[in-house]
Design a binder for this molecule. Structure first.
Ligand code: AHG
Ligand code: MN
Ligand code: MN
Length: 335
């Protein structure tokens, strides 16, 4: 497709060429994109818009909510609840699912989001983002319940994120590769900057929070230790490290130039499978990464094959350039 076409045209073409985006899904993606424009505006205003700092509340995961976490959550709900395309929504910032109110028609899609990813970076003007994942409700005339959301990531029908960085860029998959759109503020539209994004199979760049090293499990220690040994070690090459502490920004870099991202299980809270959330962080990111030719596992299994048991389930995440992800995964099986 020609560069610089609008997201709207891209979606219409997708609908025409492949017929695999129904009109309701196209509308849903457009509405999410519109909400991201609103969030981008708020992010850009920063202290001038009274959006910095904490809101004085905690979410269901016990994390202190920032004002922008709550603003972004509200923007997404208000934008999506009335269009008739959704049955319900779920978010990192809400304890339970949000069923579309009776005054609006109910659609068949389920939308999940991390409204503001990388919250610790808001107040220091570093890239943050919004992550979203779309599922379809099972057929049948029943109401909608949390159990409708508990589908493996391989059932997603659309997934993406919007990164609020030097540019605001929306990255999307509907199962036909990965496309990137940058917000043109004069036009007020997202314009296509790249399609068929591909991640190189090999990389010399890893992303992990090194301060947790003493808490890691052996396979992760071994992998990072070998990277750190550089040219003189078993890998025979030097590695570079990056850690932005916004998964959106780290994944965006990996989609642009390759790399491997790890947020593994560790011994700080051994009863938790990891820090990141399966349904609205790991699943959408893993699908994007796979669609770009990369891989994503929890060390043992493909993330997209995991059967969720609860909405806010956590997971260990290793994703990015295929050969590195396969290596870390092999180390977990003792190879
Ligand atoms: P959120 O702001 O939505 O809670 O997510 C933050 C996540 C993720 O974006 C990032 O990779 C990770 O937390 C950073 O964690 P550390 O501060 O432990 O490095
Ligand atoms: Mn997050
Ligand atoms: Mn968040």
């Amino acid at each position: 497709m020609p560069k610089n076409i609008s997201l709207t045209r891209y979606l219409v073409e997708q609908q025409r060429i492949d017929g695999h985006i129904p009109p309701e899904l196209r509308l849903l993606i457009e509405v999410v994109a519109r909400a991201c424009k609103g969030i981008s505006q708020a992010v850009n205003k920063g202290a001038l818009g009274d959006v910095m700092g904490t809101a004085g509340s905690e979410n269901v995961q016990g994390e202190i909510q920032k004002k922008l976490d709550i603003i972004a959550n509200e923007v997404l709900i208000e934008a999506n609840e009335w269009g008739g395309h959704l049955a319900a929504m779920a978010s990192e910032e809400m304890d339970s699912i949000y069923v579309v109110p009776n005054r609006y028609p109910q659609g068949e899609y389920l939308l999940m989001f991390d409204p503001l990813d990388g919250s610790s970076n808001i107040d220091v003007n570093v890239s943050i983002g919004t992550i979203f994942s779309v599922l379809k409700k099972a057929e049948g005339n029943h109401g909608v319940e949390e159990s409708d959301f508990l589908q493996a990531g391989s059932s997603q029908v659309a997934a993406g994120y919007c990164v609020y960085g030097p540019q605001t860029t929306l990255v999307l998959t509907v199962g036909d590769g990965v496309a990137m759109f940058t917000l043109d503020r004069e036009q007020g539209s997202f314009l296509l900057i790249e399609e068929n994004v591909k991640i190189p199979d090999n990389t010399q760049e890893f992303a992990i929070n090194m301060s947790n090293m003493r808490h890691w499990d052996e396979p992760v220690k071994r992998y990072i230790d070998e990277c750190l040994q550089g040219k003189e070690g078993p890998r025979g090459k030097d590695f570079n490290m990056r850690w932005i502490a916004s998964m959106v920004a780290d994944v965006h870099r990996i989609l642009c130039r390759g790399g491997v991202f790890l947020y593994p299980w560790d011994k700080r809270e051994p009863e938790k499978a990891g820090k990141l959330r399966l349904m609205y962080e790991a699943n959408p990111m893993s699908w994007l990464i796979e669609q770009a030719g990369g891989a994503a596992t929890n060390g043992k299994q493909r993330i997209l094959d995991l059967q969720p048991t609860k909405l806010h389930e956590r997971v260990s995440v290793i994703l990015g350039s295929k050969n590195e992800v396969e290596r870390v995964t092999a180390y977990h099986s003792g190879l």
